[in-house]
Design a binder for this molecule. Structure first.
Ligand code: C2E
Ligand code: CA
Ligand code: CA
Length: 407
């Protein structure tokens, strides 16, 4: 039997050999007799449970016992998070039939918390912690399993700490390439903020961006992001690269005094053409004040700045606003893109969104491309650009710049 440490060592080893775009899953599972809590199961029953788990897994998956009735399961080579859900479902089904031991059949139940490498962490300890958090939800769920979601881990960000990080340039710019599906090359990158807090360690933007929005720090964060991103853009421009950079704008930013001037001023200082800047705005940010957002973005677009509707498809069903809105691109939300090779309906929706963009004479970009099949299908659908782990995970701006220069 593998110890927890051996298991982690094997997991690390596997993760280092994983080809780009591939994932692995980690499941923490607890088996119990139906209707009984915290019962210590005898070894015959626990062996039967382990055999039942193994029966539901694929040959390369691994399971180890780590407690009286707890197991850790390693799912090798996942294509995407949905495959971890399929594996968990198959384990739940596996326990629908009773386990058979010498005293007779015993009905047992399984509960599982699932985390996925690299989405939910790069290290076994973090993956395990996240699987444990998901497990807390799984035991109350009729599905009997739960997949980790970064939103469920609430940390308390301290205002002075975060403000200091923004003001002293302690956030980092990560860049994730935009890929031109026709010309088959990198044509730019989206700027994504990263923060390693001395108190909390790595904090996800899904936590610090809403915090910045609620506390009014989003204005300073956006100024930081514009300057830090254009700095790298200008470095690459001086080296002869003509690349576009996407910057995310929150709804709150439209209320900031002088936002248009600040962005145009930064383009001027860094000597970056306005056409190399793409401002990404979600449908919900647009709709929170359509008149104001359209006015601000229109004055920027008039100067050549491009405007992308981010997370397209998951906000508002009415396309009415598109008539008045100065968008130059539609960025199709990853939740649709993830499914196009498996679901005909998702594929049809994405095809319609690409056609819609083209009818409006604007560019279609798909985010969340995680494998070759999805990239091929998007190309076949005549999508213009793509972005996702298949091409590259977001990486430190310095690394992105160095890699571009060495091409
Ligand atoms: P977003 O604008 O939708 O950014 C895309 C998110 O999807 C990023 O998460 C990125 O890492 C992730 N992603 C990219 N490709 C894939 C893929 O193939 N598969 C999967 N599963 N995910 C992929 P991230 O960096 O955690 O950012 C989360 C959100 O935080 C962003 O969503 C954006 O709304 C916000 N954000 C990040 N940086 C900034 C910033 O500087 N300013 C503002 N206002 N918002 C930001
Ligand atoms: Ca975005
Ligand atoms: Ca997005």
């Amino acid at each position: 039997m593998l110890s927890r440490d051996d298991f982690f060592a094997a997991l690390m080893h596997q993760s280092m050999q994983l080809p780009a775009g591939k994932k692995m899953g980690l499941i923490l599972a607890r088996i119990q007799r139906l209707g009984e809590i915290n019962i210590i199961m005898d070894s015959e029953l626990i062996d039967a449970a382990q055999a039942r788990i193994e029966r539901s897994l694929r040959p390369d998956d691994r399971v180890a016992k780590i407690g009286a009735c707890d197991f850790i399961i390693f799912l090798a080579d996942l294509k995407n998070i949905n495959h971890a859900a399929l594996a968990a479902n198959s384990l739940v089904r596996g326990f629908q039939e009773p386990l058979v031991v010498s005293s007779g059949p015993v009905q047992a139940t399984i509960a599982m918390g699932v985390s996925v490498f690299p989405d939910h962490g790069d290290e076994p300890e973090i993956l395990c912690k996240h699987a444990e958090i998901a497990f807390g939800r799984a035991i109350h769920s009729s599905d009997r399993y739960a997949i980790y979601d970064s939103h469920e881990e609430k940390i308390k960000i301290l205002y002075p700490e975060f403000q200091e990080a923004i003001n002293n340039n302690r956030l980092e710019v990560y860049l994730q390439p935009f890929w031109d599906l026709r010309r088959k090359k990198v044509i730019g990158a989206e700027s994504l903020a990263r923060w390693k807090s001395p108190i909390h360690g790595f904090v996800s933007p899904d936590q610090f961006i809403p915090f910045a929005e609620q506390t009014g720090l989003i204005g300073s964060l956006t100024r930081w992001s514009v300057n830090a991103t254009l700095y790298h853009c200008s470095e690459l421009k001086q080296a002869g690269f003509d690349l576009s950079f996407g910057i995310n704008l929150s709804a709150r930013v439209f209320h900031e005094q002088g936002i248009v001037e600040q962005i145009l001023g930064a383009l001027n200082i860094f000597d970056v053409p306005a056409t190399n800047l793409v401002l990404e705005v979600t449908e919900s940010a647009i709709m929170s004040d359509l008149k104001l957002s359209a006015r601000v973005l229109e004055s920027l677009r008039d100067k050549g700045v491009r405007i992308s509707i981010d997370d397209f498809g998951c906000g508002y069903s009415s396309f009415e606003y598109l008539k008045q809105f100065p968008a130059t691109e539609l960025k199709i939300d990853k939740s649709f893109v993830f499914d196009i090779t498996r679901s005909a309906r998702a594929a049809q929706l994405v095809r319609s969104m690409i056609d819609l963009a083209h009818h409006l004479d604007i560019v279609a970009i798909a985010e969340g491309v995680e494998d070759q099949e999805t990239a091929d299908l998007l190309t076949e659908m005549d999508c213009d650009f793509a972005q996702g782990y298949f091409y590259s995970r977001p990486k430190p701006a310095e690394q992105f710049v160095a890699e571009m220069m060495n091409l």
